[in-house]
Unconditional design. Structure first.
Length: 463
C-alpha cells in the first residue's frame, strides 16, 4: 500500500476520532451533571454545562489560525504529533476531572489538540496526494467522519450505562496513540511553507471572533442583560474595523487578501457560511419538534434522525460522479434548491404526523445538504496551492465553526419569537421556522451563479 493511501487512513481515523468525541459529549452531559451533583435543569448548572462545550470551541477559534504559522516554523509532521500529544493529555485530564472547572480546563486543553490536528492532517493529505486522487480522498475522509457521528450516540449510551461517563474520554486515548504511531512513519518531512503572520492582526481577529461568539451564545439568555450582550457585538465590530483599516486595507498581499482573491475559495467561503447559518441547526430543531410538538418517543425520533445520517452517507457515495458529470456550479445550485424543497416539505408534513414521511424527507434533506456542504468544502481547495492550503484550511474551519454557533443560537431565538404568532396565524412556530429557512436558502445560488463550468475542474479531472 503506497503512502497516499496510508495517509488517507490516518486522516480518516483522525476525523473519525474528532467527530466521535464531539458526539459522545452531548450524550454524556446529563450524566456528568449528575455525577458532579448538579441538576442539568438548574440555571447555574446549565450555564456551566454550556461552558464545557464552549471551552472546546474557544480553543478551536484561538489555535486554528495558528496552524499555518506553526507549520511554517516547524513542519506538518511535528505539529501533528504535538497536537496528538496535547489531545491525549486533555482527554486523560477530562476522564479524571472531579469538578466542572477542572473539566472545562481539560476540555480547553483537548480543544487545542483538536484545533491543530484536523487542519494539519488535511493539509498534509492535500500536499502529498496526486491531483487525480484529491477529490476522491477528500470526499472519503469526511465519510469516515460521519461514521463517528453515527456511532457516537450508540457507543456513548453503552459506555455510560455499563461503565461511566469518564469512559467517553478514555476511548479517545488508544485511538490517538494509534494515530501517533502511524504518524511517525506515514507523514513525510515536507518542505516548510513560510507564511506571513501578524501578531497584532491575529489578536484583533481572534478577539473579534470570541466577542462575537459570546454575544451569539448569550443572546436572549436570562443570565446576561441585553446591554451587556449588545456590548459584545459592538466591541467585536470595533475590532474588525480596526483590523480592516490597519491590516487588511494596507496589506493587499496579506494571507487573507490573497485567499479572497481566489475566486473559488471566496465563493466557497461565503456560500458555506450563509448555508450553514441557515440549515446546520435544522436537525436539532427537527429532533426537538418531533419530541415536543408531535409527541414521538425518543426511540422513534432516533430512527427518524438515523435516516438523516443515511442520507449523508449516500451523498458521499454519489458526490464524485455528480461533480464529474455536472461540475461544481450546477451541483451547488441543484443541491441548494433541493435542500430548500426538502425543508419546505418537512414543514408541510407536520400535519400528517407520518413517521415514514418524516424519515423519507429527512433522508432527502441529509442527502442534499451533505452534497451542498461537501461540494463547498472541496471547491474551497480546488485552486489553492501548497503555500495556501494551511491558511485556507484555518479560515474555512473557523468560518464553519462560527456559522454553526450562529445557526444554533439564532434558530432557538427565532423559535421563541415565532411562538408569539402561533395562535394568531394558526401555524406552529416550527412550521414558520422551516418556511423561513426554505425561502431564504435559495439566495445562496447568487454566490454559486458566479462560477463557470471550468471552475474547480482541476480537482475534478485531476489535471
Amino acid at each position: 500500500m503506497n503512502r497516499q493511501w496510508l495517509l488517507f487512513w490516518l486522516a480518516s481515523v483522525t476525523f473519525f476520532m474528532q467527530s466521535l468525541d464531539s458526539t459522545m459529549l452531548y450524550m454524556a452531559l446529563p450524566a456528568i451533571s449528575l455525577s458532579m451533583h448538579l441538576s442539568a435543569l438548574q440555571l447555574d448548572s446549565a450555564l456551566y454545562m454550556d461552558v464545557v462545550i464552549v471551552a472546546y470551541i474557544v480553543a478551536f477559534i484561538i489555535f486554528t489560525p495558528l496552524t499555518g504559522w506553526l507549520c511554517g516554523c516547524l513542519n506538518e509532521k511535528t505539529v501533528y504529533v504535538i497536537s496528538l500529544a496535547i489531545f491525549i493529555a486533555g482527554s486523560l485530564w477530562c476522564a479524571f476531572a472531579n469538578s466542572l472547572s477542572e473539566l472545562v480546563t481539560a476540555r480547553f486543553i483537548q480543544g487545542i489538540g483538536g484545533a491543530l490536528m484536523l487542519p494539519v492532517i488535511k493539509t498534509v493529505l492535500l500536499r502529498i496526494t496526486i491531483p487525480s486522487l484529491k477529490l476522491m480522498l477528500l470526499n472519503r475522509v469526511t465519510l469516515m467522519g460521519i461514521g463517528g457521528v453515527i456511532l457516537g450516540p450508540v457507543l456513548a449510551g453503552f459506555l455510560i450505562a455499563c461503565f461511566s461517563w469518564r469512559m467517553i474520554f478514555m476511548i479517545n486515548v488508544p485511538i490517538a496513540f494509534a494515530c501517533l504511531f502511524m504518524a511517525q512513519t506515514i507523514i513525510p518531512d515536507l518542505t516548510k511553507c513560510k507564511q506571513s503572520f501578524s501578531h497584532k492582526g491575529y489578536f484583533l481577529i481572534v478577539g473579534a471572533l470570541l466577542l462575537f461568539l459570546f454575544g451569539v451564545m448569550t443572546a436572549g439568555k436570562p443570565y446576561i442583560q441585553r446591554q451587556y450582550n449588545l456590548m459584545f457585538f459592538l466591541c467585536a465590530a470595533l475590532l474588525i474595523l480596526v483590523y480592516k483599516v490597519r491590516f487588511f486595507d494596507k496589506n493587499p498581499d496579506g494571507t487573507l487578501n490573497a485567499l479572497l482573491k481566489v475566486k473559488t475559495f471566496a465563493i466557497a467561503l461565503s456560500g458555506s457560511m450563509l448555508s450553514r447559518i441557515l440549515i446546520s441547526s435544522t436537525p436539532v430543531v427537527l429532533s426537538t419538534m418531533l419530541q415536543t410538538k408531535l409527541g414521538f418517543d425518543s426511540m422513534v425520533v432516533s430512527m427518524i434522525m438515523l435516516s438523516f445520517s443515511m442520507g449523508f452517507v449516500f451523498s458521499k457515495l454519489m458526490l464524485e460522479k455528480l461533480l464529474q458529470g455536472l461540475g461544481f456550479r450546477y451541483v451547488l445550485m441543484l443541491s441548494t434548491v433541493l435542500t430548500a424543497i426538502s425543508i419546505m416539505l418537512l414543514c408541510l408534513s407536520m400535519a400528517e404526523k407520518s413517521i415514514f414521511t418524516f424519515a423519507v424527507l429527512n433522508f432527502m434533506f441529509g442527502w442534499c445538504s451533505s452534497t451542498l456542504y461537501s461540494s463547498l468544502n472541496i471547491l474551497a481547495f480546488s485552486d489553492l496551492t501548497d503555500d495556501t492550503y494551511n491558511s485556507g484550511n484555518s479560515v474555512i474551519t473557523v468560518a464553519q465553526l462560527m456559522s454553526i454557533a450562529v445557526s444554533t443560537s439564532l434558530s432557538f431565538l427565532l423559535l421563541r419569537f415565532f411562538s408569539a404568532y402561533e395562535i394568531p396565524l394558526g401555524v406552529s412556530n416550527y412550521g414558520v421556522f422551516f418556511l423561513v429557512v426554505a425561502v431564504i436558502l435559495p439566495s445562496c445560488c447568487f454566490f454559486f451563479n458566479r462560477l463557470n463550468q471550468k471552475d474547480g475542474r482541476y480537482l475534478i479531472q485531476g489535471s
